[in-house]
Design a protein around this ligand. Structure first.
Ligand SMILES: [Zn+2]
Ligand SMILES: [Zn+2]
Length: 186
């Protein structure tokens, strides 16, 4: 069921500072009357994150997201990025509202912040869920340059290039040279 049109679609993996998400975080914090934090919040894609979807340095109002979220299948990607972003932002909100108190990371203050940010009932942990872990991976995607490997249950129907190599050798822009090579695993 591969759509040939989609095969030619190219995806650039974003890393580093994210202007759009930072602006969104700023707006959301202002809407909650947290202007001081809104002025310093930053959202970054950190390629060093391995199995963590995201994390927040609440006292610095710094949010980090795993660039691998961008490699999720089309039907999951936007939702997972949004959910992770809001989950981490809720940590920032909870801390900003309780600067002097030690609060539980996923306690009542955080749950309230999730509700205020439009994700009531958020319960996820921070680990990156690339499909059920017990599920067998059927495909491997290998970078021809650095040989980094990404395993997937389903076939990717987009052209995806290695983010480290595009960053290091092509100013972070998509380069066919670093297009991942598909291998079907038996
Ligand atoms: Zn959390
Ligand atoms: Zn590479």
């Amino acid at each position: 069921m591969t759509d040939p049109g989609k095969n030619s679609q190219k995806v650039m993996i974003r890393i580093g500072f994210d202007e759009g998400l930072t602006a969104r975080a700023e707006r959301l914090l202002k809407a909650l009357d947290l202007s001081e934090v809104a002025a310093k919040v930053t959202v970054n894609w950190n390629k060093r994150l391995r199995t963590t979807a995201g994390r927040a340095y609440s006292n610095l109002a710094k949010i980090e997201l795993n660039p691998r979220l961008q490699l999720l299948p089309d039907e999951k990607r936007d939702h997972e990025i949004n959910q992770t972003f809001l989950h981490e932002l809720a940590h920032v909100v909870a801390h900003a509202r309780n600067p002097k108190r030690r609060i539980q990371p996923h306690g009542d203050e955080w749950k309230q912040a999730c509700a205020d940010l439009g994700i009531p009932g958020e319960e996820r942990c921070h680990s990156l869920n690339l499909g059920r872990t017990t599920r067998r991976k059927n495909f491997a995607y290998i970078c021809p340059a650095c040989e980094e490997v990404i395993y997937r249950v389903k076939r990717m129907n987009r052209s995806v290039a290695c983010y480290s190599c595009c960053k290091n050798h092509n100013d972070g822009k998509y380069d066919n040279k670093f297009k991942l090579i598909e291998k079907r695993l038996v």
